[in-house]
Unconditional design. Structure first.
Length: 171
């Protein structure tokens, strides 16, 4: 589903620091000029294996052309991300060998939602509504920092390849 209003800019509007799962502070502007796939992840979800496997495939294939995947663990859906930040990183790096950034565990809905997710959800998303529905909802951000698309949790990461290639300028 494409955005039905003028896209907003993540980098400019949220030019602040986020904490990664290892406790390091990362400024969003670090990703200026990259195509971003922002995903709320969980370790114990029925969709964990397929999503992490496919996210790894996308990252390996397109990281050198400008794709960055930003993973945000969240325990708001069925308590499927119960571990600490260290446990999450160990799980993801050991089981899936993921190399993309894993950030600290956050909330994506409600009063305590991360400012990043409040912003990402602020577009007119039609049938999506405002809230994230479940683990592995995905947002695609272009090189200019504009949120250009939002995908259901059940959307396979590999099915986004066409949209990612378009934003990367790859035919």
């Amino acid at each position: 589903m494409l955005v039905h209003q003028k896209p907003k800019t993540v980098i400019i509007c949220l030019n602040h620091y986020l904490q990664d799962a290892k406790g390091n502070y990362v400024q969003l502007s670090t990703y200026r000029g990259k195509v971003l796939l922002v995903v709320n992840v969980a370790s114990k979800c029925g969709m964990t294996n397929s999503n992490y496997s496919e996210l790894n495939q996308l990252y390996e294939k397109y990281k050198d052309q400008g794709l960055e995947i930003l993973a945000f663990p969240c325990n708001q859906f069925g308590e499927e991300e119960p571990g600490t930040n260290n446990q999450i990183v160990e799980f993801v790096c050991t089981r899936f060998k993921s190399e993309f950034p894993i950030f600290e565990k956050i909330e994506v809905n409600g009063n305590n939602a991360s400012p990043l997710y409040k912003f990402l959800k602020s577009g007119k998303w039609g049938i999506f509504g405002d809230d994230i529905q479940w683990n592995f909802a995905k947002f695609l951000v272009n090189r200019d920092g504009k949120v250009v698309d939002r995908y259901y949790p059940t959307t396979s990461p590999l099915s986004l390849e066409h949209d990612i290639k378009k934003l990367l300028g790859i035919s």
